[in-house]
Design a protein around this ligand. Structure first.
Ligand code: GLC
Length: 431
């Protein structure tokens, strides 16, 4: 995995830039879906860290389609809460939501509430996206969301501190990370920074913990916790060791409060210059370059465990249109514009998040803005088991992150928590 990531980076660097479809051609033929004056509600970025990227998208769209006003609504910061909000609105068949952001794990969960965009979006628009993402978003033959961007778990490290403490490279294994984090933390505290921590990540009981825990699990066991065929692999020695290891970080190299951290909490500590390492998604890259408290940083694949591999969970966001929208044509036009190659380029650079459109990986501006991006990411990262679990994915993930959380907080022994989780997952799928 580590090698693959590096290889793909190298092959990316030697790829020559190919010409982009010109924005003008797209503009001239852009179909706004309706001539009527309408207002649609778009539910935007749940993390809320790059609101300007969404506002700029809306502005560009409204220049093309001045009859359509798009209202930007910021979603809940936690994707678990955001899903709860969507489901409640959808159950009530509310027309308040026209366009929503769809997490890469939600197509199967939300399919019944989203319109099929396959006959609406131009075929060349669909063909421009990474095929694996189109496959992910196609449920029973219906394309329920258009891909916008990719995310994957990565390790941010303070390059200046690695140098100061004479470490030559970022950690390749969890053991190395633990040792480096402890040394740097001890040194920085001795110099008077009491708030300094070795490693920050996402330990709250929510979807973000599912992604962190999946990475620990895969790096330690070599497998997903629930395979593509529905095999449950949570209750074994290697998996238990992975969660026990993470629990040992709490209040040693990681703050005690990490068990209630989401992405933005980790980013806050990191941006204040108070962490040596952070696990986060690509969106934190651009803001890290802007932080005055971070003299120098780098990004690397997440460390390997006993299985000899590092693992990165696949994340990312897609755009869907509600079946209960009163303005589906206008809503679809906005979804199509937002995911167009033209807009993805702006949006990816503004958010330092790898695009969904394949040709953009050859674009020198994209390569410069996110040197870690590779179109192979979808293949080399680990997907959460949403394609198997479909509408039960949220139930699976909730059982999983609650079990892992109980280990992190010391509420439950890891072997008991994993035995109970196995039984709960078996029950869920036998219903
Ligand atoms: C990021 C990822 C998304 C994931 C979420 C978890 O937003 O892109 O896929 O579910 O983090 O917090």
């Amino acid at each position: 995995m580590r090698k693959l990531l590096l290889l793909s980076l190298v092959s990316l660097l030697i790829l020559s830039a190919s010409a982009l479809t010109t924005a003008q051609d797209d503009d001239m033929s852009f179909d706004c879906g309706t001539d009527e004056e309408v207002t649609i509600n778009y539910f935007g970025d749940p993390v809320g860290s790059h609101p300007e990227a969404e506002a700029a998208t809306i502005e560009r769209f409204m220049e093309l389609c001045p009859n359509i006003t798009v209202e930007l609504n910021t979603g809940a910061a936690s994707v678990t809460d955001l899903l709860g909000f969507y489901l409640q609105a959808f159950e009530a068949e509310s027309s308040d939501l026209d366009v929503i952001r769809v997490d890469v794990i939600w197509p199967g969960q939300l399919a019944e509430h989203l319109i099929d965009l396959s006959g609406i979006a131009p075929q060349e628009h669909i063909d421009a996206q990474l095929p694996a993402l189109i496959a992910n978003n196609t449920i029973d033959g219906e394309l329920v969301a258009l891909p916008l961007r990719i995310g994957f778990g990565m390790l941010y490290y303070r390059a200046d501190l690695l140098e100061k403490y004479e470490f030559e490279a970022p950690p390749a294994t969890w053991e190395e990370l633990e040792a480096m984090a402890a040394t740097i933390q001890e040194g920085e505290r001795a110099e008077g920074n009491d708030e300094f921590w070795g490693f920050v990540w996402q330990g709250n009981a929510y979807e973000g913990l599912t992604t962190n825990a999946l990475e620990w699990h895969v790096s330690e066991t070599g497998d997903n916790f629930l395979t593509a065929d529905g095999e449950i692999l949570t209750n074994n020695e290697a998996a238990i060791a992975a969660y026990e290891r993470a629990a040992s970080w709490v209040d040693t190299i990681s703050p005690p409060g990490v068990v209630s951290y989401a992405e933005e909490d980790a980013r806050g500590v990191w941006h204040a210059g108070n962490a040596a390492f952070m696990r986060n998604w690509p969106y934190a890259y651009v803001t890290s370059t802007e932080s005055e408290d971070i003299p120098a940083f780098g990004v690397a694949p997440l460390p390997a465990g006993e299985a000899g591999i590092g693992a990165a969970a696949l994340g990312g966001w897609h755009i869907g249109v509600s079946r209960y929208s009163d303005h589906p044509e206008a809503a679809a036009a906005f979804a199509i514009y937002m995911t167009s190659v033209e807009n993805q380029k702006f949006y990816s650079i503004d958010t330092s998040s790898p695009p969904a459109a394949l040709e953009l990986y050859d674009d020198p501006d994209i390569q410069e803005a996110m040197p870690f991006a590779s179109p192979d990411v979808v293949e080399i990262t680990t997907a959460r088991p949403s394609n198997f679990a479909r509408a039960q994915y949220n139930a699976v993930s909730t059982l999983y992150f609650e079990a892992v959380h109980s280990i992190l907080t010391g509420e439950e022994d890891a072997d008991v928590a994993m035995e109970l989780l196995e039984l709960d997952l078996e029950d869920l799928f036998s219903e």
